[in-house]
Design a protein around this ligand. Structure first.
Ligand code: FAD
Length: 451
């Protein structure tokens, strides 16, 4: 490897790239990481972390209301948007520093620049207009929001800009039906914005369990979010009273902001992949094998740019598996099965394994499902329900899917994930003693299948 400037050159300083770069450097390799925007990547700078901070901020509105049922007089409530944004920005800058430090203290070189591939062992550092060579190149460039080019699309914002609004929007139109659209509908609604979500299909959160999707839609409506399904924006116009969104059904919506959360695409444009001979999938993501290797042996790719499972912990696992494979001589695949995940809608979703309709396709299943009023709602008086659901393979009694909607769902699904990953059966859940009084105890006390 000594003929090259580096043993590893990582393009992209996000979740996957930083983990791989740090671990390879810790193992004594000569590593460089190039980042064109900010170290930490989507997750830290404009994804999971700032979003969760905003979810926390938005959840206080209900907490203050609910407190009254428990005897509190919380007095006057005021929310200041610039204070939240400034506090969030400070925390993000702190994390960005930690990400860089984790690399430099282990001896990696950082380039604050875009990088592009010249050939299978050469990378161009764009802002220095020079090239460096590496035995291995890891592409970890992530993804970027995709916005359809309808008339007036340049007036809209994406999830990138929502984190930097200087003013509190009073009205927002959110277009899209993925988790990002749904999460921001909840965030803005909680912060006092009047929110309308427009989605072209009949129900949002496609790919998740249908009962979960219906439950969340109903709860979001109760919180005052206007959900418009089977509507598609035709144009966005600035007509003096904020932005007007004309829909295909003839109706119009108004917003101070229009957020397009209409999907993401892999960051592969202009990277030099074609000239290096790297195969791409039809959707522009990089085609890799189970070990994250492309068809060009010295070029590897991890994270969202490969379009496998666009989640931070997956990008991190893929980065770690890559280092194990390449620098420790131990071929390792990242495990993409039974990944527990949370969606920070309000109410929150925790989900793991198969949705009911998916499981029913090739399994004989039993479905355990309970929808109930959480204890906190008895005194708060809030009209809200939780949902707990287990999908069980009837012959083996193995748990195929766990779906939770409500307070703490994300925290619950992490622990359920351990059990299901170990191959837990319904009988294992049944013989686990309930933690009382909690909502989670419902997961181990459901006795009779509903279907
Ligand atoms: P990224 O983190 O996107 O990092 C790629 C980096 O490469 C970027 O910093 C980019 O600037 C840089 N880059 C791109 N091209 C170049 C180039 N040519 N040269 C140099 N640098 C380049 N996941 C979860 O698990 N939980 C969540 O709650 C969650 N919430 C999310 C909320 C939002 C709004 C978004 C957008 C995403 C969310 N995600 C969440 C997804 C998560 O952020 C991604 O899966 C994760 O960041 C992927 O990591 P990565 O390393 O593949 O790419």
């Amino acid at each position: 490897m000594t003929d090259f400037d580096y043993d590893l050159f990582v393009i992209g300083g996000g979740s996957g790239g930083v983990r791989a770069g740090r671990m390879a450097a810790m193992a004594g390799n000569r590593v460089a990481v190039a980042e064109e925007y900010r170290f930490g990547g989507t997750c830290v700078i404009r994804g999971c972390v700032p979003k969760k901070l905003m979810v926390y901020a938005s959840s206080f509105a209900e907490a203050f209301e609910d407190a009254e049922g428990f005897g509190w007089d919380v007095g006057e409530r005021r929310f200041d948007w610039p204070t939240l944004i400034a506090a969030k920005d400070k925390e993000i800058a702190r994390l960005e520093g930690l990400y860089q430090k984790g690399l430099t203290t282990n001896g990696a070189d950082l380039f604050h620049s875009r990088a592009e591939i010249v050939d299978p062992h050469t990378v161009r550092i764009v802002n220095q207009d020079r090239t460096v060579t590496a035995a291995h190149i890891l592409i970890a460039t992530g993804g970027t929001p995709f916005t359809p080019e309808i008339e007036g699309h340049e007036l809209t914002i994406s999830s990138n800009e929502i984190f930097h609004l200087t003013e509190h929007p009073r009205r927002a139109v959110i277009v899209g039906g993925g988790y990002i659209a749904c999460e921001f509908a909840g965030i803005l609604n909680g912060l006092g914005t009047e929110v309308t979500l427009s989605y072209r299909k009949d129900l949002f959160l496609r790919g998740f369990d249908l009962e979960v999707r219906e439950h969340v839609a109903e709860e979001m409506r109760k919180k005052g979010i206007k959900l418009l399904f089977e509507t598609t924006p035709q144009r966005v116009v600035d007509d003096g009273d904020g932005l007007r969104v004309d829909l295909d059904n003839g109706d119009s919506l108004r917003g101070d902001i229009v957020m397009m959360a209409t999907g993401r695409k892999a960051n592969t444009q202009g990277l030099g992949l074609e000239q290096a001979g790297v195969n791409l999938k039809k959707n522009g993501a990089i085609d890799v094998d189970d070990y994250s290797q492309t068809n060009v042996p010295s070029i590897w790719a991890v994270g969202d740019v490969t379009g496998r499972l666009d989640l931070t912990p997956i990008a991190i696992r893929e980065g770690a598996a890559f280092v194990e494979t390449v620098f420790h001589g131990n071929p390792t695949k990242a495990d993409h099965a039974l990944v527990p995940t949370a969606i920070f809608t309000q109410p929150e979703i925790g989900t793991l394994g198969m949705a009911e309709d998916v499981a029913a396709k090739d399994h004989e299943i039993e479905v355990y499902s309970a929808s109930f009023r959480p204890m906190v709602a008895t005194l708060s008086g809030r009209d809200e329900k939780m949902l707990m659901k287990l999908i069980v393979d009837k012959p083996s009694q193995k748990i195929l899917g766990v779906h939770v909607v409500g307070h703490g769902a994300g925290e619950m699904i992490q622990m359920a994930g351990v059990a299901v990953k170990m191959g837990a059966t319904k009988a294992d859940f049944d013989r686990t003693v309930a933690v009382h009084p909690t909502a989670a105890e419902e997961l181990v006390t459901m006795k009779t299948p509903v279907r």
